[in-house]
Design a protein around this ligand. Sequence first.
Ligand SMILES: Cc1ncc(COP(=O)(O)O)c(C=O)c1O
Length: 383
Amino acid sequence: MTDKKTQIVQAQIGADPAYGSIAPPLYMSSTYLWPSVDEKGLYDYGRSNNPNRTGLAQALAELEGGFGGVITSSGMSAIDLCLNLIKADDLIIAPHDCYGGTHRLLTHRAEQGRIRVKFIDQSDTAALNAALAENPAMVFIETPSNPLMRLVDVKAIARAAKARGAISVADNTFLSPMRMQPLQLGCDISVHSTTKYLNGHSDVVGGAVITKSETHHERLDWWANCAGVTAAPFDAYQTLRGLRTLSLRMDRQEANAIAIAKFLKKHKSVSKVYYPGLKSDPGYKLMKAQQSGPGAMLSFELAGSKDAASKLASQTKLFRLAASLGGVESLICQPSTMTHRGMAADARAKAGISESLLRLSVGIEAEVDLIADLQHALTKTQQ
Ligand SMILES: Cc1ncc(COP(=O)(O)O)c(C=O)c1O
């Protein structure tokens, strides 16, 4: 077993069967020759299978120690795909502070009668045990949570889910395989929005579902083809290309995030910093136990109103105002009006997402420039 850093660089290199190209070729064809009328080749139709998706799926499955991967058109379609493993009326337990799009999907699937869902604070053992006592079919985990960076004990939840016969699914988008390995912590499935760290350049929307078991993989692969949620070849090609630098990007982004979190923590206009990389953070101990680093996402509250937060978000120059994360460039967003807008106001309040909260996706720029940018914006906001 080679190191993950080596695996991502070497994935599919020199594997081209036609010309021995070092970089994997892009296969755009929507259809493939059949050797004869009753015998299809390895690839037959682009929705069902494609060499670029296969290459990316193998690379991700290897990185997370899974049996296989399904590459989808977005992170949301990856999460929705997982719902095919359970029946109508089955219960899903999900975190009350999950990504707004996941909250919306599960809420509306439940309203359609396609599933039942219970959103709980998964760090509250009593609430978790009460929900598990209802025999859920699936337990959905998102850690660190978005946008408050709360951590939950993945190993303990996966074990408890298993004891109840539930499938455990972890959204590993925020940490990537470089910082957490959900399948090794006992989960059945790891999902990603590959839009974020895995591609890392903010130029692809995509998703991935990595499963531990062959049975789950086969069922999800079948459904992805049946429902047509597989990714376009170019997106898979581009994502594998981006993946190669994941370890370098993550190291640099995380180092910048640690420096920024320490800077914000000391600043008088900042009332709270949410970042498990700070020793004072409630998640620090768990971060050390289940992750190989805190990652590069953090949030903070401004001492002041929503207006102060909006003002700050419009004052930064390097931190661009946009609602995504995980790219090489730094971004800032106000979750209550941006990423979590689709979540009902009372659900937001229950999850602790205030209007003065700001979220940063820290990029690979020079630390000194990023801190100067925030310092400048904080000063302007006070004026
Ligand atoms: C944690 C998390 N999961 C899933 C998604 C959905 O991914 P996509 O936008 O690729 O559909 C996002 C998007 O921001 C996310 O932050």
